[in-house]
Design a binder for this molecule. Structure first.
Ligand code: PXP
Length: 244
């Protein structure tokens, strides 16, 4: 039997809830421990330049306590490179960032910015950090990722995921085929293959069936479900305190 796909749990939105209130809770470090106890193979956070959810202190704490594998997503900027070199997480995933976006939109255009990305990868390697490049399912970007000396690519599954949510089966099938083709390409070029973005309990199955993909990073849908499956217990605990 094939090895199971590794699960990286993205806990950004635990911090989103905290930041909405400026309160100390919920703490992403607490969520990371629980995710690991439940079997997560890794923890992922995106330290955005605008610090809208994860803060520098969260990243430092997570570096100290994550026992599995900590993957920090960041933009390929000088500020973030300094932070990564100081933090030394297991892995960094370089992503594009636009200040106005709600979440990461599209992959990194490695082909258009090869020299800059390659320099960044080299600097991260010198700090003993593995590097993933988040790219769209486009074979040109795979070639560029290999040329940039990345260890891994993460294929953006957003287009596939969006088609499944809209129940557009033809588009979903085409997008899934693109993901599969790019995954095969990447393995041929010696790259490890992860995927993620927009994956849900409903649409993850066909992605899991792509043998070349060894890791999935899933955030929003897991955090969303956690608020639901945890609601009953949370209310019961408060009700117990109101008993007199
Ligand atoms: N991979 C990357 C590179 C991302 O930027 C994100 C979102 O932060 C994810 C995976 C997870 O996406 P989602 O929250 O939709 O599961």
């Amino acid at each position: 039997m094939a090895e199971p796909v590794l699960l990286g749990v993205n806990i950004d939105h635990v911090a989103t809830v905290r930041q909405a209130r400026g309160a100390p809770e919920p703490d992403p470090a607490h969520a990371a421990v629980l995710a690991e106890l439940a079997g997560a193979d890794g923890i992922t956070v995106h330290l955005r330049s605008d610090r809208r959810h994860i803060q520098d202190r969260d990243a430092q704490t997570l570096c100290a306590i994550v026992k599995t594998h900590l993957n920090v997503e960041m933009a390929a900027t000088a500020e973030m490179l300094d932070i990564a070199v100081a933090l030394k997480p297991h892995a960094v995933c370089l992503v594009p960032e636009r200040p106005e976006e709600v979440t990461t939109e599209g992959g990194l255009d490695v082909a258009a910015d090869l020299e800059h990305v390659r320099d960044h990868v080299q600097a991260l390697h010198e700090a003993d950090i593995d590097v993933t490049l988040f790219i769209d399912p486009d074979s040109r970007q795979v070639e560029a990722a290999a040329a940039a000396d990345a260890d891994q690519i993460e294929i953006n599954t957003a287009a596939y995921a969006e088609a499944t949510e809209q129940r557009d089966e033809d588009t979903a099938e085409q997008e899934l085929a693109r993901v599969a083709a790019v995954a095969a390409d990447a393995v041929e070029q010696g790259l490890r293959v992860a995927a993620g973005h927009g994956l849900t309990y409903r649409n993850v199955g066909p992605v899991v069936a792509i043998d070349e993909i060894v890791e999935l990073n899933i955030g929003h849908n897991i955090v969303a479900r956690a608020t639901m499956v945890g609601m009953e217990m949370a209310v019961r605990e408060m009700k117990a305190l109101l008993d007199r």
